[in-house]
Design a protein around this ligand. Sequence first.
Ligand code: FAD
Length: 740
Amino acid sequence: MHFSPSPPILSQGHDQMEMQANDVEELPRQKIVLLGIGHTNAHVLAQWKMNPNPHANLICISNHTTATYSGMLPAVLAGQKPVSAMEIDLVQLCASANATLLVDDVVGLDREKRELQLADHPPIAFDVLSIGIGSVPETAGIDSKLNHVVTIKPMQTFLQRLERSLHREERESETPLQIVIVGGGAAGIEICCCLPGFIDASSINQRYQITLVNRGDEILSGSSRSVRSRVEKTFRQKGIEVIVGRAVQQIDSESVILDGGESLKADLVILATGATAPPLLKELGLPLCDKGFLLTDQTLRSVASDPIFAVGDTGTIQGEKTHKAGVFAVRQAPILWENIQRLVKGQTLQTYHPQHSFLRLLNTGDGSAIGEWRGISAEGKWLLSLKDRIDSTFVKKYQVPSLTPNKSLEMQCRGCGSKLASIELAAGLADLEIHHDDAAVVDVEQTQIAISTDFFTAPFRDSFLNGRIAAIHAANDLCATGAEPMCAVANVVVPAGPERMQQRYVADILAGGKQEFSLMAPGMRIVGGHTCVGPRAEIGFTVIGKLNGPSFQKANAQAGDALFLTKPLGTGVLMVAHRQAQCQAEWWTELISSMLKHSSELAELARETGVTAATDISGFGLIGHLREILNASNTCAELHTSNIPVLSGALELTKRGFRSSLFDKNFLASRDVDLSGVTEEPTEFPLLFDPQTCGGLLLCIPSRLIEVFQSKCDDAGMAVNRIGTLRPRLDQEPLVSILT
Ligand SMILES: Cc1cc2nc3c(=O)[nH]c(=O)nc-3n(C[C@H](O)[C@H](O)[C@H](O)COP(=O)(O)OP(=O)(O)OC[C@H]3O[C@@H](n4cnc5c(N)ncnc54)[C@H](O)[C@@H]3O)c2cc1C
C-alpha cells in the first residue's frame, strides 16, 4: 500500500544548529509527545536515548511513574519473580533519554491548536503525538468499584489492590474463601494458575476455591484444542473450577450473578475480562472504530490525518481483524519510531503488517508453561525458561541499571545547588553593610515589609514544575522571617529558540508560580517581572510580604531552645541523581511532593506560638544555615541525627557517592562539627551539608512553648521533627555536637 508523502511538520532546515560549547541551552523547534508509555511508545523513548533529534523535545505523559510489562505479571504473581522484574521506571527511563516526564491525566485534545489538555498542568502543544494508553477490562453492567472486586488494570496497582482485598476478605471461617476470576482469555487463565503462589506468600491462613467464569463456550477461544486440553488438565490438578458459556451480569457484596439469575458466592472477584476502549478516547474527537478504539491506517496514523498515531491496544487498523495483544504492540514499535521521524521530515510513512501467528506461552504457576505455535502445543519447564528469557530481555531494554556517580557527567547543580557557596558570599558581603537575614525588613509608613529574592538554574525539564518550585523556594524566605506573602516579581532567563516556544516557556513558568502563590496566601499575585534571553534556563522570584508582628531573626535564638525541622533533607543529592537517571520513581514522587509543600502555614503556627527565631534550609545545607543562627545568637547546638528526617533514597544515593556540586564547599563547615559523641560517623552525616531546594524551616522554640507548638502542629496534621537543642556557647565548645 502507498501513502502520499505528508507535508513536513516543521522544516528541520539544512543548517543543523550545533549545540554550542559550555552547555548552552536552546529551546526546541518541535515537540514530540507520547501519551501512555506502554509497549510501543516505550520503544520510541529507548530509541530517542540513542538517537535523539537535537531540535526536538520528547515529552512523555503517563498516569503512573512506572509502566508494567504484562507478560511478566503472572510470574510475579506466582512468586517466581520480584515485582521489580515487571516494572519499567519511567522517571529513570525519561531522565536517561533526556525526555520530559509529566505524570498527569489527559482530559482532552484541541485538534486545531494541536494541544493536549491535562488535569493539573497547562496544555501541552505537540507537533507529533502518539497515543498508546492501552485498553481497560470490560465492566459492562458490573460494579467494579466494590471493595472485593479487583480489576486487572491499572496493572501498576493490581498487586497492592489484590493484597488489600485478600486481607479484607480473610476471616476465621471454616468455609473456603471463594475467589471468582471473570474472563477465560490468556490473562484470566494465567491469573488462575499463578494466584495460589500469591495467596501462599500473603500468609493467609484460609483455604480457598478458585472458579473461572467465561462468557464464551470455551476458554482461550482462538487457541487450538490441544492447548485447551492442557489448560483443562492443569486446572483439574489445581482444583480450579470452570464455568463456560455464562456471562456475569452483576456483582453484589457477596456473590456474582450469572445470566439466567444463578448466583455464585464470591468473597473476591478478579476482572480479567476482554480489552475495551479507555473512556478517554471518545473525548479526543478523533475517528473511532465500532468498539471505540482510535481508528488508524496501516501506518498507525489516525485516519483523521492529524499528526497523531494510535498504537498498541489503543489503535485499531482499518480493515484489520487482529485482537488486542502485547505481541502486536511490540511489533508496531519500530514502525512507529520510523514513522515519527518520517512525519517530522515530511516523508512517506512505512506500513505495518500484523503477523498472522505468534508464539503463545502461558505460565502455569508451578514452574512450567504451556506453549502454542501455529496450532502445535507443548508443555514443560523449558517453555517457562524460554518465556522468562523473552520477557526478561524485553523489560531489561527499558530498565536503567544502578550506577555509581558518573564523574564525567558531573556539572554545576541546579536548583539551590547552583548558588554561590557561603564562603564566597560572606567574603563578597564582608565590606558592605548588607542585611543578612532570610529577608530584608524595611519600614514603610509604619508597616514592616519583608523583601527577598531567589534565583536558580531550572532544575527540571518541566517549566510549569520549575515555576512552582521557584515560587515556593522564594517564598520560604518570607516564611522564615515570619512575614505574610503579598506579591512577587518574576525574573526569567529564557534560552534562545523559536518565538512560540519562548512564549510557551515563559507562560508555563509564570503559570506554575502563579498557582503556588495564590495557594500560599489569598490575593498573592505576580505583579511584574523581567525576562532576558540567555544561555541557560533560569528562574527567580522577588517576593514581598508583610509582618504582622515581630520578625523572626537568627539573633533571637537562645540557649535552651529546641530545634525543629519541618521537611526532610536530601533534595540536593536526589536532584543530582535524577540528572544521571539514578533517582527511582518512588523517590522522585516523594522528592517532588516534599518540595511542593508550602511552609507558610507552619510559619504562621510558629508565629502564633510566639516563636521569634528561625531560618529556612536552602543552598548551604542544614549545618550551613544552622551556623548562621549560632553565630548570630552566640549559641552552639547539639543535633540528634537519628531524629533528622531524610527523603527516601537520599541515604542510599549518599552511600553510592552522589553529592551535589555545592557539597564540597558546604562540607568545609564540618570543621565546626564535633563527632566525638558518636561511635562512628552517622550515615546521615553527609546529608547535613546537602543543599536544599524548597527545604524546610529550622525553628528555634523556647522550651516553654514546645508543647503548645507541637499540639498546634498535631491539630493541623503537620509533621515536624525535633532534631536538637541550643546550648550556651562556651570557650573551646564545638559549634555543633552530633549525637545519635
Ligand atoms: C495478566 C496479563 C497478561 C498478559 N500477557 C500477555 C502476553 O503474554 N502476551 C501478549 O501478547 N499480551 C499479553 N497481554 C495483553 C497485553 O498486556 C496488552 O495487549 C498490552 O499491554 C498492550 O500494550 P499497550 O502498549 O497498548 O498498553 P499498555 O501496556 O497497557 O500500556 C499503556 C500505558 O498507558 C498508561 N495509561 C493508561 N491510561 C492513561 C492515560 N489516560 N494517560 C496517560 N497514561 C495512561 C498506562 O498506565 C500504561 O502504562 C496480557 C494482559 C494481561 C492483563
